[in-house]
Structure formats: structure tokens, C-alpha cells
Design a protein around this ligand. Sequence first.
Ligand SMILES: NC(=O)C[C@H](N)C(=O)O
Length: 496
Amino acid sequence: MSLIHKSAAELGALVAGGEVSAVEVAQAHLDRIAAVEPQVNAFLHVDAETTLGQARAVDARRAAGEDLGPLAGVPIAHKDVFTTVDMPTTAGSKILEGYRPPYDATVTRRLREAGLVILGKTNLDEFAMGSSTENSAYGPTRNPWDLSRIPGGSSGGSSAAVAAYEAPLSTGTDTGGSIRQPAAVTGIVGMKPTYGGSSRYGLIAFASSLDTPGPFARNVMDAALLHEAFSGHDAMDSTSIDAPVPSVVEAARNGDVAGLRIGVVKEFGGDGYQAGVLARFHETVELLESLGAKVVEVSCPSFSTALPAYYLIAPSEASSNLARFDAMRYGLRVGDDGTRSAEEVMALTRAAGFGPEVKRRIILGTYALSSGYYDAYYGQAQKVRTLIARDFEAAFHQVDVLVSPTTPTTAFPIGERADDPMAMYLADLCTIPTNLAGNAAISVPCGLADEDGLPVGLQVMAPVLGDDRCYRVGAAVERALEGRWGGSLLSKAPAL
Ligand SMILES: NC(=O)C[C@H](N)C(=O)O
């Protein structure tokens, strides 16, 4: 088996055992990137020299006898919304074109400390606003299963890179579904940790009360290893939780669901869901039952109001966070010819530097926060948020985890929803409640839809700091289904 087809755990073991060098592993992935990027466009920035320099440093640390942990020498694709001192950071926006941050995000720093080798920065919807990666200022990323379709978003470059074997691991951020939805539509694993379980320091902010860094991988164990590598308390993030990281690797190894109480969310899975998605979802629930889980239906009535609440809260926070892009402090500056006021330069820069979806959200958010409307919109949405958290709380008295399809449909064609924001927003129907309540959720592959042969994801939601439960159920599903399929779901993808 070639190096690019190996799991992160296997690659880490090969490097640790001295059977292959980190440089060789990095080179194999750089070659793959060179071969498929013209079709996939998962990366915004790849610099072979920087990558190989990191790999050489890992080989040197290992030769010096340093104990680097299970992922040392494993390559990773890094979402271009985390700051990196040695690579540009654009958040997929023209307004940050060529921007070089002066410091590493905590997630970036921890990747480096664990000896992971950063291959480059991945494409995303501008400032992580979108579900298709079509809102990137640098062109769309394509789904390796079908190049005419979207890879999900906003972390679509990260999901596509892993699904196309350009990297065994990648990072993402999930504000409303931006890890789980891309994972589901590209047939890989994506985890949104508990809010505050992974650091936001150095993550370019979209909606600060929701943004959560998390891992992508081709299997549950690799995702758990990466989760453990970059999560945990960070004094630089005021909302970081000062508690040990849940034992996710142990849970991924365990994968035992006997006696586990699983709740099927009644509100998710009716009209508007693709038949093939529902069929795979229900079969997987039956599978979990056959493995000894106790399955019941659970009603979470407020979940149906999550989407409108999110589209008030997230844009409100975005309108405030994006005010910093003022043509003075970062990146682009338009019209500064000595004749214009600072205000005019600011307006011209923001008009030229932000794309249409970002502008839509800034306008929406500014309106929702304006005096006279604040209580009616933002205040009301915050109340809905509380109701959703209470629904979760009540549900987790009854069951250990909740399950649903990750997305209502499989990957849609590029262009199909680009001019229809409402249709685009619906891609996150099932993922948003978890963001509003701050708990943990994972998406794992559960089969292919009959209509189009495209991947379907199962979402497993757990309580705050119950991240390990997501991995336990994910591992059980993966083990049982891969037994049936005779390999991973991704091995059924057409070769690029
Ligand atoms: N950022 C996210 O988690 C994605 C969500 N679709 C949004 O556009 O807000």
C-alpha cells in the first residue's frame, strides 16, 4: 500500500519505528497534491520547501531521541482560518490576500509540538460563511467523489484534501456545521468538539460564541488522535474550558455500544430529506440496536427554531468581529491616494474586499443589533438558544447520545444553491442545534445514497464534555459497516 493510502496512526508508527522518514511521508503527499490539485483545488497555499523543512526537523528530533507522540511525522492540511507564521492566512477572503500573521494560533502551535507536518492551507468559504466552499474568493473546491459537486463548507478544502488522499488529516472549524457537513458529503469523519474544548486563539473569528476547531480524518481513531493532539485548556482563550480532554482515543479504541441509550431526534428526518439519506440513517440506527444499544425516539421541539436563531446570532457576532477589517490594520487598502478620508478608504476597501455572502451577514447582523430592534431579533434569538440547550439537557437525562442524519441531502452540484442563500443555509439544519448549545457532535460515514451513489453521514451528538461518547458510537458504526463493505467507504470512491 502506498504511503498516501495509509492511516495517520500507521504513518506515525512507521516514522516512530524508523521504517520511513517524515521527509519521505511528506514528499509522497506533496506529489499527490501536485497530481490532483488541478482537479480538486483543496489548497490555497502549498510550499514544498517549508513543508519539507518541518519534516526534516521532525526527523532530527526523532534521531535525537525525543519522544514525539503518535502523530509525529504525519502530514496535515490546515484550514486557512488559523494563523500560521510561516504561511499566509487569508480566511478565503480578498481582504486578507497575502496577509502574514505575526504569530501561530494555539491549534497551529500544538500541531507543530506534536510533530505534525503542515502541508499547506486549505480553501474555505470566505470567513467560514457558507456550506459549499463556493464563497471562497479563490474559486471553489471540488468533491473528490464527483468533481461537479461541492465538498461541503465552510471547511471544504480540508474535507476534500483528506477524501482525495492529499493528506491523512486536516483541521476544520465548526460554527454551524462547517466540519460535520463537509465530512458527511465527502465520506470521511469530522468532529465538532465541545465549545471551549479546543482553543480559538489565533483562529480568525466569525462568531466567537460558536466557533470550534476540530479534526477531519479518514477513520475514527485518526480523528481522535488529532483531537487529543490539539485540544485542551488554553489560557490565551477566555472561553477555554479548564478541564482534561475527554478520553477520546480510548473511546475510539473501545467502540462498545452495548447498553448505551441512543435517542433518535424526532424533529429531524421528515419532509425535505433525501430518501437515500433517510434509508442509510435508519439502517444505521438498526445496526446500533443489533450491537446492543437501546434505541428510543426523543423529541427536541426547539430544534426546529435553531436555524433562524443561528442566522441572527452568527451574523450579529460576525458584524462585530469583522469590523476590524478597516483598511488600516490588515491586508487590502483601496483608494488611499491622499485625496480621500479614512472613512472613504475604509468603505471602498470593505466594498472591494468582502464577497456578497459576507456583506449579507454584516448587514443582517448590524440590523439585528441596532437599537430598537435588538430585543426583537438578537434578544429573541438568545432566548431560543436557551430553549435549545434545555432540550438537550432534557434529552440527555433520558439517553446517552442523540443521533440524526448529518445533512438532509448528499453533496449538491456546484452552482445549484449559489444564488439561493436559504437553500444553502438548510444544509446545516441538523448540525446547528449543537453549536447553539455548545455540546459535542461527530459525523461518521454510514453508506451511499441509492439515488446518486454519494456518501451519507450519521451525526452523533453528546453532552458538553461527552466528546468520548461520539467516538465510541462512531467507532462501533465504522467497525460494523467496514466489516460489511469489506473496507472503508472511501475505497468505493471513483479514483482521481
Ligand atoms: N461556519 C459554519 O459552520 C457554516 C455555516 N454553514 C455558516 O455558513 O455559518
